[in-house]
Design a protein. Structure first.
Length: 98
């Protein structure tokens, strides 16, 4: 399983708009073929820090996600909301076996 942890820091005044835009991307991503998880996490200590946990059956599925209309729309919608560039960190999922 191909997993990407996306670390995000949002400008404080953009938090509500970021959450709304990210929910739409989350819901559409869950319907993608090969998607196992698309979790959106908010830091308990800092309401401007988020983590996306994206798990796909393959690296190809993850790459296809980045070309979807909903992900491209999300990137455009949240671009000005970022306090710093988001950072994707690749992982290999072992369990559950995907």
């Amino acid at each position: 399983m191909h997993v990407t942890l996306v670390h995000i820091r949002v400008r404080p005044e953009a938090v509500d708009a970021f959450i709304a835009a990210t929910r739409a991307n989350h819901e559409a991503s869950l319907r993608e073929p090969g998607n196992h998880r698309f979790d959106v996490l908010k830091s308990a200590a800092d309401p401007t820090r988020y983590l996306l946990y994206e798990a796909y059956a393959s690296a190809e599925g993850a790459a296809e996600h980045k070309a979807t209309a909903h992900d491209l729309a999300w990137r455009e919608a949240v671009a000005d909301m970022m306090a710093e560039p988001r950072r994707g960190e690749p992982w290999v999922g072992l369990y559950p076996a995907g």
